[in-house]
Design a protein around this ligand. Structure first.
Ligand SMILES: Nc1ncnc2c1ncn2[C@@H]1O[C@H](COP(=O)(O)OP(=O)(O)OP(=O)(O)O)[C@@H](O)[C@H]1O
Ligand SMILES: [Mg+2]
Length: 311
């Protein structure tokens, strides 16, 4: 039985592979299963994950409907002058945010930027589960393994899988635990081409070399863009859509459930100790740090503004 949160990191050095979308869907699916979930956006500059949640809070305020939402934080990059100072500061922000979110939640979901950076590497070293969504392309595959494109021979690990291996080693040293790495294909086309089949075959082979599990992933679905604007996920549709779910929505929800099943949340749910008065005091102090933005405060603020307006 665990007494701290299980950390799920969404990572891939390739931009636009679906990390933020998948992170949001995983968070809401876990909340709807009754788990307490904290979320952390390390891509505060782009802020897609934070924006997604702000859209959700707006939706709640406008509709006065209480849909489950995580406790969310975002970490800004350090503005210290030297790289060494930046890294010390960012590591401290990460420890503070993780300590805070882990105390009260069963799961902490971390969304990382689509580039290699110190904060992202650090997050990977904290991952209990790492989920890598990847588009169905040879460019995405290239980050996982060096492949000879003439004969599709796998030459060895590539930049991203080498980085994951390095973080696995670090995690093993400081916690004696490994990272359960899951790779999922995203935006799978409805009609698969010969290339899609080759990619699926290659992924099977790379999974043994780089030691990850494969899960079926998500199909190409336009609904994701629309859901983002409303701050909703496929797991919210049943209650907040006037009409019945379409066949496409039902199968999309099934894809999310398959991902959750691969994570296996029931294996990690633990009982949490209540916080001591000192711990509660410290929690408030750390939440005041300027580089860590807690959007639950933002939601309170928006609620306050709303009250003032209607008064
Ligand atoms: N399965 C899907 N079908 C259709 N569109 C998708 C799917 N998954 C993600 N998208 C869309 O692709 C775009 C990129 O997704 P997302 O922002 O989640 O990727 P990301 O990996 O977080 O990107 P970045 O590396 O820039 O942070 C978004 O517009 C999103 O709506
Ligand atoms: Mg993103």
């Amino acid at each position: 039985m665990k007494d701290t949160a299980h950390i799920i990191v969404f990572g891939n050095e390739k931009g636009g592979s679906g990390k933020s979308t998948t992170a949001m869907h995983t968070a809401i699916a876990l909340l709807r299963m009754g788990y307490k979930v904290g979320t952390l956006d390390l891509d505060a500059r782009q802020g897609t994950f934070t924006r997604y949640l702000k859209n959700r809070f707006q939706y709640i305020l406008q509709r006065r409907e209480n849909i489950p939402s995580p406790e969310h934080m975002a970490i800004e990059r350090s503005k210290a002058t030297t790289v060494a100072e930046q890294q010390i500061e960012e590591a401290a922000f990460m420890t503070m945010a993780l300590d805070e979110l882990s105390e009260t939640n069963d799961f902490v979901i971390i969304d990382t930027p689509g580039t290699d950076c110190f904060l992202s590497r650090l997050a990977h070293s904290h991952a209990d589960t790492l989920i890598t969504p990847m588009n169905d392309s040879f460019i995405d595959l290239d980050l996982l393994a060096n492949i000879d494109m003439n004969n599709f021979e796998i030459k060895g690990p590539s930049v991203y899988s080498a980085m994951v291996e390095e973080q696995r080693r670090k995690k093993m040293i400081y916690s004696r635990k490994t990272i359960d790495w899951i790779v999922m294909r995203n935006r799978i086309p409805h009609l698969s081409t010969n290339n899609n089949k080759i990619i699926a075959d290659l992924l099977e082979k790379i999974s043994k070399l780089a030691n990850f599990r494969l899960t079926p992933g998500f199909g190409e679905r336009v609904v994701f863009k629309e859901l983002f604007l409303k701050g909703l996920t496929l797991m919210d549709l049943k209650e907040y859509q006037n009409n019945e779910l379409t066949m496409s929505q039902i199968s999309a929800r099934q894809e999310i459930r398959t991902l959750i099943k691969a994570i296996g949340p029931e294996r990690f749910k633990g009982h949490r100790k209540p916080l001591s008065p000192d711990e509660i005091k410290n929690k408030k102090i750390s939440a005041k740090n300027d580089n860590i933005v807690n959007t639950n405060d933002l939601m309170d603020e928006t609620a306050e503004q709303k009250k003032v307006k209607s008064a």
